[in-house]
Write a protein that binds this ligand. Structure first.
Ligand SMILES: NC(=O)c1ccc[n+]([C@@H]2O[C@H](COP(=O)([O-])OP(=O)(O)OC[C@H]3O[C@@H](n4cnc5c(N)ncnc54)[C@H](O)[C@@H]3O)[C@@H](O)[C@H]2O)c1
Length: 561
């Protein structure tokens, strides 16, 4: 007969407590937490009971059954079940549930929206000094164009995702603060034109120090020079008026690419978290951030490293990616001289598993806010360490990019009989790549300036870039030679030539036969992204220049003229 001992009684008690609290929680939602605790308690006691039964079977002691096992030591049963109850509670309460991000830009906005989506138990507040940007994040017209972003933001905004300009309140409330402010290239002073400008980072750090009243984990999301965390720690420690507040600094560089940010964030190749893993606090801070990502990123893709390795990895990744583009662009120039086709060359070498196929498309050059600034920054750091040869190696990657843009403009001018004065040149695309409206460092800026210098009239169309943005990038003087159109047909009508600056998919679907009809003859296409069907265009009658492809005989003779 089964003896009713303390252990079995506790099992029935848990069962009753759970049923009662669950029923109450249906009437009063605030009881849900207690229902959850009793559920855990019940679950853990059941697990212990099952273990008891299993042990009794293994030991072939049928007398050892639920309730008779450990009759004299019910505390063993209780200890086991309490540990099992408290463990999940510990896990839940040890991770943070309130994070804030300083900087609501291309990185801060999408990354925080993804954390909010995947971690409904975390309240995420994104703050920025720029009221207009915050208003846009709170509207139906988000400040950045990114496929899939609208849906993610709409799913959590107002629930556990908030955008605000109240930095002080957000900093005070957060347990963990991501810093995702801009770190552009310095325009003046020491290291001008090369070093990273950390003014925004330092000002964010000073605000964190001034307004923090409890311990915080500070996460570097911005791309920063190696050993920035050290400098930031000094700013935080020397400026925090509240005694006893502790800051743990982590580096968690962002590897997303604009245009594919949501996919990159949903399934990243890796998440890198750098911290002071040599001490317990650093290890715990790293573990807490790992836990956030573990809500959706497979554990084997979450990498931890020391702080300096994480900081340097981001600069190195961008420098390596840009280097691949500059390398294939260098080969594109040689292809044009030799009759080789750069697409065939990149396809052939990309099949080599040591090289791989990505980032091998020849183009008018790389752009975006990161590549150039990060390579210059990396080279500058090398210079500061007396490594001039290493610095020069990286500077040459930027130099090759500039050469490619200049070379493109030279082709346009020489092909069109060495003069483009007062000729209407349609420019399709202005963003630095497709699926983004970002124009920072876009090659289109230098190409447009180059053609304007030769007297061209530019007719510009980009599906995502508004005229005000073009005006800011080009300046008032250049805008006298630029007209922005909202329809491609208007930009192309009566044009002498078309230049493709961005690889927007829609350009491939245009009716190029109809476009040919409304253009001046000879009608030229200069494909700076190698996206169009060049054989088809030549068949229609266009004179086509494609980067790194065998040169059209018409262009060869024009060059000789
Ligand atoms: N854009 C990318 O594709 C990308 C990818 C990976 C990493 N990064 C890095 O991430 C960082 C941010 O890049 P981004 O493109 O999002 O920049 P961004 O210019 O789009 O956004 C930065 C935002 O920070 C705000 N800000 C600056 N100082 C502030 C302060 N003290 N308090 C509150 N807000 C402040 C600015 O107003 C701005 O809105 C940079 O270091 C960049 O190198 C960018």
């Amino acid at each position: 007969m089964v003896k009713i001992t303390k252990s079995t009684r506790s099992l029935f008690l848990s069962c009753g407590s759970f049923s009662l609290s669950f029923s109450l929680s249906l009437l009063f939602p605030c009881c849900a937490f207690f229902a959850f605790v009793f559920f855990l308690s019940l679950l853990s006691r059941c697990v212990c009971a099952c273990v008891c039964v299993r042990v009794s079977v293994c030991l072939e002691r049928p007398d050892l059954r639920l309730g008779v096992l450990f009759p004299s030591q019910p505390q063993v049963f209780f200890s086991c079940s309490h540990v099992l109850t408290l463990f999940p509670l510990f896990i839940i309460t040890s991770s943070f549930n309130s994070v804030c991000c300083i900087g609501a830009g291309y990185v801060g906005g999408p990354t925080m929206a993804m954390i909010a989506l995947k971690c409904p138990h975390i309240e995420v507040t994104v703050v920025d000094l720029n009221q207009q940007r915050i208003d846009a994040w709170n509207s139906d017209n988000l400040p950045i164009y990114e496929p899939g972003l609208d849906e993610v933001v709409k799913a959590c905004r107002g629930k556990n995702l908030f955008f605000s300009t109240d930095c002080e309140a957000a900093i005070r409330a957060a347990q963990c603060i991501f810093v995702s402010v801009n770190t552009p290239t310095k325009k003046t002073g020491l290291g001008k034109g090369k070093a990273a400008d950390l003014t925004y980072w330092e000002s964010a750090a000073r605000n964190i120090a001034a307004w923090s009243t409890s311990d915080k984990i500070i996460v570097e999301k911005s791309t920063v020079p190696v050993r920035t965390a050290e400098a930031i720690e000094k700013v935080l420690l020397r400026n925090c008026p509240q005694e006893g507040v502790h800051f743990d600094i982590l580096s968690n560089p962002e590897f997303l690419a604009e245009g594919t940010a949501i996919d990159d964030l949903t399934m990243p190749d890796r998440v890198l978290i750098g911290g002071k893993i040599e001490n317990d606090r650093g290890t715990a801070a790293c573990a807490a951030l790992c836990e956030v990502y573990a809500n959706w990123v497979p554990k084997e893709r979450i990498l931890t490293a020391n702080l300096w390795s994480a900081e340097l990895s981001k600069l190195t990744a961008n420098a390596m990616l840009a280097q691949r583009i500059s390398s294939i662009n260098a080969i594109s120039a040689l292809c044009e001289c030799t009759g080789a086709d750069v697409s065939q060359v990149s396809f052939a070498i990309g099949k080599d598993s040591r090289i791989g196929p990505k980032f091998l498309n020849a183009s008018v050059g790389f752009g975006g806010s990161c590549f150039q600034k990060d390579i210059l920054n990396l080279a500058y750091i090398c210079e500061c360490h007396g490594l001039q040869e290493v610095a020069d190696y990286w500077y040459s990657v930027v130099g090759m990019n500039d050469y490619q843009k200049t070379r493109f403009v030279r082709r346009v001018v020489s092909a069109m009989f060495n003069t483009i004065r007062n000729k209407k040149i349609a420019m399709l695309g202005f963003a630095f790549k497709k699926d983004t409206g970002d124009t920072r460092e876009t090659p289109a800026i230098d190409v447009a300036h180059g053609m304007i210098e030769d007297g061209a009239k530019i007719a510009l169309f980009d599906p995502q870039v508004p005229e005000e943005q073009v005006r800011m990038d080009m300046g008032e003087e250049a805008m006298k030679s630029i007209t922005c159109y909202s329809k491609p047909t208007e930009a192309l009508k009566d044009a002498h030539a078309v230049t493709i600056m961005t690889e927007w998919d829609e350009f491939k679907t245009y009716d190029w036969r109809a476009i040919y009809e409304v253009m001046h003859k000879p009608a030229f296409v200069f494909d700076g992204r190698n996206i169009l069907d060049h054989a088809h265009l030549s068949e229609i009658g266009f004179i086509v220049y494609a980067l790194g492809k065998p040169i059209d005989p018409f262009l060869k003779s024009a060059e000789g003229a």
